[in-house]
Design a protein around this ligand. Structure first.
Ligand code: GDP
Ligand code: MG
Length: 440
């Protein structure tokens, strides 16, 4: 899958000096295959690869990143860009009722999402919502929404299969206006595949209702097909957003990329369960990272970049890389930087499981960090540079100065030793060193 492939890329590139035309070629082929495997449509893949290539070659000019990091950084940024830079909220700024029209194929999740959205708008936005179904084709469709509305305790406008969809919609609109509903959510009929009659009907509904939001509801598990459906609906209707449902299934995420690219419209919500609360705001960055499967490594890198003193960190990174001359002065600087980044626990949360375990083994906790800083402050510069020369009498003096016991000084010296080992482990691959240095 995509995650495995991408971590494969990192592995393959690890240890190489930098990105070259040829190793980029290999890596990009992997990314390409990964995206195709994830069901991203071919034209979308092609465009994406071209962008990543451009950006990656640009990175090579800067040239001070590990190849794997540079490429993943680029892939992540481009993925995020493609999916939209931020979450787009619903626009409800209309003369009440603000109408939300739900469009999409049968089984996409329109009715379920209508209910979820009603619940969400009531609970999070304190809106008075009315639900109505214009699905006069499937016998149970109206009843399905009625029961959902009842279960969620949301107002429901009754309709029946003998009526015309447009008439139902307009009657519901009148009712909502009279009864001061803030939002009217209009559920519609879908077909198993795109057909003329369905498109004509939803266009008519759109013309009659003039909705402020026209949401294209699409099943994430339909992969490649999602592209064609999205194109058909996007051509027929001025869509304002997308709801991507069934992301909790084994959806491979590709639909998110394709639908966004094809419609040019933001994904506003994702469906993550069948349950009424299974609708969440869509976050492009999180989605990109989820696809990359790297925990929050990238945001950690960005945080490091914001907080770390670059010149000093560069020196430190060099020392750590060579494994020489890394002393307690550096250790202290490292502690100060960790504090700036939100402390050890925040740091660990963001590391992938393996690294986090390694860090945890070093048994560094927050209180210890503060005490450590105090103890190092009580040392002379000479002692900091030569911890191996700190013997009993020096330890007593340092402990007294820091207001701790000799035992704590010993602990620190052990901890420093462990940390050196940890640094060596990470800096061999450049990971920790780059982290401290920040990412260009
Ligand atoms: P409609 O034909 O577009 O109205 O689709 P429905 O709302 O009736 O949904 C079709 C099926 O998909 C139902 O069984 C829903 O429970 C299910 N469904 C919808 N959204 C989600 C989701 O986000 N996750 C899961 N697991 N199931 C969903
Ligand atoms: Mg339905």
């Amino acid at each position: 899958n995509l995650t495995q492939r991408l971590s494969g890329i990192v592995k393959n590139l690890r240890g190489q000096a930098r990105l070259t035309e040829s190793n980029i070629q290999d890596a990009l082929r992997e990314v390409r295959l990964a995206l195709l495997e994830a069901d991203v449509a071919l034209p979308v893949v092609k465009e994406f690869i071209a962008k990543v290539k451009d950006a990656a070659l640009g990175q090579e000019v800067i040239g001070n990143l590990q190849p794997g990091q540079a490429l993943i950084g680029v892939v992540n940024r481009e993925l995020t860009k493609l999916m939209g830079e931020h979450n787009d909220a619903l626009n409800l700024a209309a003369v009440p009722p603000a109408v939300i029209l739900m469009a999409g194929l049968q089984g996409a999740g329109k009715t379920t999402s209508s209910g979820k959205l009603a619940k969400l708008l009531r609970e999070q936005n304190k809106k008075k919502v009315l639900l109505v179904s214009c699905d006069v084709y499937r016998p149970a469709a109206i009843e399905q929404l009625r029961m959902l509305a009842q279960q969620l305790d949301v107002d429901f406008f009754p309709s029946d299969a003998s009526q015309k969809p447009q008439d139902i919609a307009l009657a519901a609109h009148d009712f909502a206006k009279k009864h001061h509903h803030d939002v009217l959510i209009v559920d519609t009929a879908g077909r198993l595949a795109v057909d003329e009659a369905m498109m004509a009907e939803i266009k008519d509904l759109h013309a009659a209702l003039k909705p402020i939001e026209t949401l294209f509801v699409v099943d994430a598990m339909t992969g490649q097909d999602a592209v064609n459906t999205a194109k058909a609906f996007g051509d027929a209707l001025p869509l304002t957003g997308v709801i991507l449902t069934k992301l909790d299934g084994d959806a491979r995420g590709g639909a998110a990329l394709s639908v966004r690219q094809v419609t040019g419209k933001p994904i506003k919500f994702v469906g993550v369960s069948e349950k009424p609360n299974g609708l969440e705001a869509f976050h492009p960055e999180r989605m990109a990272q989820r696809i990359l499967g790297m925990g929050d490594v990238l945001s950690l890198l960005e945080e490091a970049q914001r907080n770390v003193d670059h010149a000093a960190a560069e020196k430190l990174a060099k020392k750590m890389h060579s494994g020489k001359g890394f002393d307690l002065n550096d250790f202290k600087m490292q502690i100060v930087q960790m504090k700036k980044m939100g402390g050890m626990s925040a740091l660990m949360d963001k590391l992938p499981a393996q690294l986090s375990q390694a860090a945890a083994n070093a048994k560094v906790d927050e209180r210890q960090i503060n005490r450590t800083e105090g103890i190092i402050n009580s040392m002379t510069p000479f002692e900091r540079a030569h911890p191996e020369l700190i013997k009993a009498s020096r330890k007593r003096r340092i402990a007294a100065g820091a207001g701790v016991q000799v035992m704590h000084v010993n602990q620190l010296l052990n901890q420093f030793e462990q940390s050196q080992k940890m640094m060596k482990m990470f800096s061999g691959k450049g990971a920790m060193a780059k982290m401290m240095k920040g990412m260009a």
